[in-house]
Design a protein around this ligand. Structure first.
Ligand code: NAD
Ligand code: UDP
Length: 311
């Protein structure tokens, strides 16, 4: 296949580029380096099947030649990043989605949209199945991300219904691993760098809020199956690891696994920070024959090693 991946220089996008290249596909990566880095894809430039376009997907997008598949992954994903770029975030997941869907229509390409567990907001149902409609504050600070993703899901489905495009939506739950930016503000890179540098780990609130953490290789496998399996047009899948931790438990685990002498400090909780989050992955298990294989402890050890090298 000839595959276009937006957000190619980001954390997940760069791993996806690698995976599609490894499976013999031709990959065109597109990114404007807003929150990603050329370092994440530098090693791919030697591969003749990889080309890169430095471009802002909120502008009209055109790619020469045939395209079989588009993966729209461009978008600031860390709460710190999207709160620093609120309007750009809304543009990437409105104009960017519109432009890439238009390109999919023009080329007759399959389309995969990177949505998020944030579409469930602060969930009143636990764990969250795909059938849950969510509990989102439409005017809170996080809405620039949640509501843009919800709009993008609606637009993606409209292109499917009106133009018959083969679209698939991945609702990705917290994913971590090598190539996350050290200072991107998400909990895993924050805790690991704080622990490795002997600084206090900053737990927001009392740390009783939960998240379910998926290792990057497992997520990439899930996306690959979602993108390549037949007969999934118009389907949405939760992709994440149901292994649920409170933020305080995670802080203690990172201290243990790094062997750090850091203490834990408590800081103000961000506005509208969801209380708990855990994917129901029954549908992905059944249809994609997929479930995460990397326990959180094991994934954290690999991620810690990567950050240790960086530091
Ligand atoms: P990331 O910030 O590392 O990657 C996003 C990439 O998009 C960056 O390389 C950035 O430069 C690029 N980008 C941003 N605006 C752009 C624009 N206008 N034009 C072109 N490129 C642009 O984040 P990530 O964690 O890799 O997330 C990738 C996708 O997965 C996002 O859509 C995100 O919403 C989604 N997602 C991620 C997670 C997670 O836990 N990592 C969870 C849910 C959803
Ligand atoms: N968090 C924390 N300390 C940090 C960074 C994050 O306690 O240094 C908390 C945050 O308040 C949230 C959870 O960790 O409850 C996950 O935050 P993250 O930004 O990684 O992702 P989110 O799931 O909120 O998008």
């Amino acid at each position: 296949m000839r595959v276009l991946i937006t957000g190619a220089a980001g954390f997940i996008g760069s791993h996806l580029c690698e995976r599609f290249l490894r499976n013999g596909h031709e990959v065109i990566g597109l990114d404007n380096f807003l929150t990603g880095s050329p370092d994440n894809i530098a090693h791919l430039f030697e591969n003749p099947s990889f080309t890169f376009i430095k471009y802002d997907v909120t502008n009209f997008v055109y790619v020469e030649g045939e395209l079989d598949l588009i993966l729209h992954f461009a978008c600031p994903a860390s709460p710190v990043d999207y709160l620093n770029h609120p309007i750009h975030t809304m543009k990437v997941d409105s104009l960017g989605t519109l432009h890439t869907l238009g390109l999919a229509k023009l080329k007759g390409a399959r389309y995969v949209f990177a949505s998020t567990s944030e579409v469930y907001g602060n969930p009143t149902l636990h764990p969250q199945p795909e059938t849950y409609w969510g509990n989102v504050n439409p005017i809170g600070p996080r809405s620039v991300y949640d509501e843009a993703k919800r709009f993008s899901e609606a637009l993606t489905m409209a292109y499917h219904r009106e133009h018959g495009i083969d679209v698939r939506i991945a609702r990705i739950f917290n994913t971590y691993g090598p190539r996350m930016r050290m200072n991107d503000g998400r909990v895993v890179p924050n805790f690991i760098t704080q622990a490795l540098m002997g600084k206090p780990l900053t737990v927001y609130g009392d740390g009783s809020q939960t998240r379910s953490f998926c290792y990057i290789d497992d997520l990439v496998e899930g996306i690959y199956r979602l993108a390549t399996y037949k007969d999934l047009a118009g389907e949405v899948f939760n992709l994440g690891n149901p292994e649920e931790y409170s933020v305080l438990e995670l802080a203690k685990l990172v201290i243990e696994l790094t062997g750090s002498g850091s203490e834990i400090v408590f800081r103000e909780r961000p506005v509208d920070d969801p209380d708990r989050r855990k994917p129901d992955i029954t549908k992905a298990r059944r249809i994609l024959e997929w479930e995460p294989r990397t326990p959180v402890r094991e994934g954290l050890v690999k991620t810690i090693e990567w950050f240790r090298d960086k530091i």
